[in-house]
Design a protein around this ligand. Structure first.
Ligand code: ATP
Length: 345
């Protein structure tokens, strides 16, 4: 277990980590998400005692990192895949780590096998691709057979087979009851791997919740309609008490995922439909909404409005709700209230 309490880190004027409190528990993969510069790596460095906190506390199974004898046997980490002496072979690099942590040399062969580097074990690390270096870093993390594993952006540089492999590895480590803490800035990646999510932005905690809860709160669907009989359909929808928004390009949208009622209503009023489709918001969109205020480096202005930024049609009695980002901090227990409000009877 990793316990983080009121953790802060200041670099001069920059408050990189700002009062973070959360716990990473065993038996699950916990995804650590945040946009670039959010403070993920700084937090991970403080967990490993590589950076000194300005305030707060980090404990690994109840102890500070520097209090751990043979720390690699408690917590294994991959922070920077290229932080390896390039002149050493993969095998020698791991042997040095093993010797300094009281780990038997036979583990070196085992972890090289696990990460698929046996064939290049005697090659110098400086010749490794980023993907091979990631695998070597993961081998180093696994070396001491630790109960806690921490990976900073582990899929970086891996090919699709490698990405598939690392997902499986993380899940199997968690299934063995280990604590697995993995950072990413890709929600879509975490959705496939993590059971729990800790989201930060500009060093602050934005969400600490289960993946299932995040999906339940943020999975929205709506019905998209294209019709040449726009006015007649609007009248019919209005009379039926169904709220609708105009989404530009002549498109109409109704919150919720029940196209049957709209299709039947259109048929009753002899309205021609050119499109009636159910659309689903992506978790990546939800993550971007959650962190929108805390993105440090914008490559370009905010993208032109998703449909829900579209203006509501004045004649509707009650339009569908604006999208809700997850609350600033969410409980670890599943939520009961869905974010989508039904718009029709
Ligand atoms: N040694 C340092 N000196 C000064 N500022 C630093 C230092 N390390 C990190 N920072 C700053 O602290 C903030 C958090 O950086 P950090 O690398 O922890 O973010 P991150 O979430 O890991 O980002 P990324 O996803 O881009 O790796 C950034 O603004 C960064 O510029």
């Amino acid at each position: 277990m990793i316990e983080i309490a009121g953790l802060s880190k200041r670099y001069g004027e920059k408050l990189a980590v700002d009062g973070l409190t959360f716990t990473v528990r065993p038996g699950t993969v916990t995804g650590f998400l945040g946009p670039n510069g959010a403070g993920k790596s700084t937090t991970m460095r403080m967990i490993l005692g590589l950076d000194h906190p300005t305030g707060g506390d980090v404990r690994i199974d109840g102890r500070h990192y520097h209090e751990l004898a043979d720390p690699l046997t408690y917590i294994g980490a991959l922070l920077d895949a290229k932080a390896v002496h390039g002149g050493r072979s993969a095998r020698n690099h791991l042997l040095c780590l093993a010797q300094s942590n009281g780990i038997p040399a036979r583990r070196v062969g085992e972890v090289l096998e696990t990460v698929g580097l046996t064939a290049v074990a005697r090659k110098k690390a400086k010749g490794f691709s980023l993907g091979m270096s990631q695998r070597l870093g993961i081998a180093g993390a696994l070396l001491g057979d630790p109960r806690i594993l921490m990976f900073d952006e582990p899929v970086n540089g891996l090919d699709p087979e490698g990405i598939h492999w690392i997902r499986g590895l993380m899940k199997s480590l968690a299934a063995q009851g280990r604590t697995v803490f993995v950072s990413s800035h890709l929600m879509s990646e975490m959705a496939l791997t993590a059971d729990h999510l800790v989201v930060i932005g500009q060093g602050r905690l934005l969400a600490d919740t289960t993946m299932a809860d995040f999906i339940e709160r943020n999975s929205r669907s709506w019905v998209r309609i294209r019709t040449p009989d726009r006015e007649r359909l609007l009248d019919a929808l209005h009379t039926a008490g169904i709220a609708v928004v105009e989404a530009g390009d002549g498109l109409l949208e109704v919150d919720g995922g029940r196209p049957e009622r709209i299709g039947e209503l259109a048929a009753r009023h002899q309205v021609v439909l050119h499109e009636l489709s159910v659309r689903q918001s992506s978790l990546e969109d939800a993550f971007m909404r959650l962190t929108a205020q805390s993105v440090e480096y914008h490559a370009q202005p905010e993208p032109a409005g998703q449909s829900w930024g579209a203006h509501r049609i004045a004649r509707t009695a009650a339009g569908p709700p604006a999208p809700k980002a997850a609350p600033l901090t969410t409980p670890t227990t599943p939520a009961t209230a869905p974010t989508t409000t039904p718009t029709e009877g």
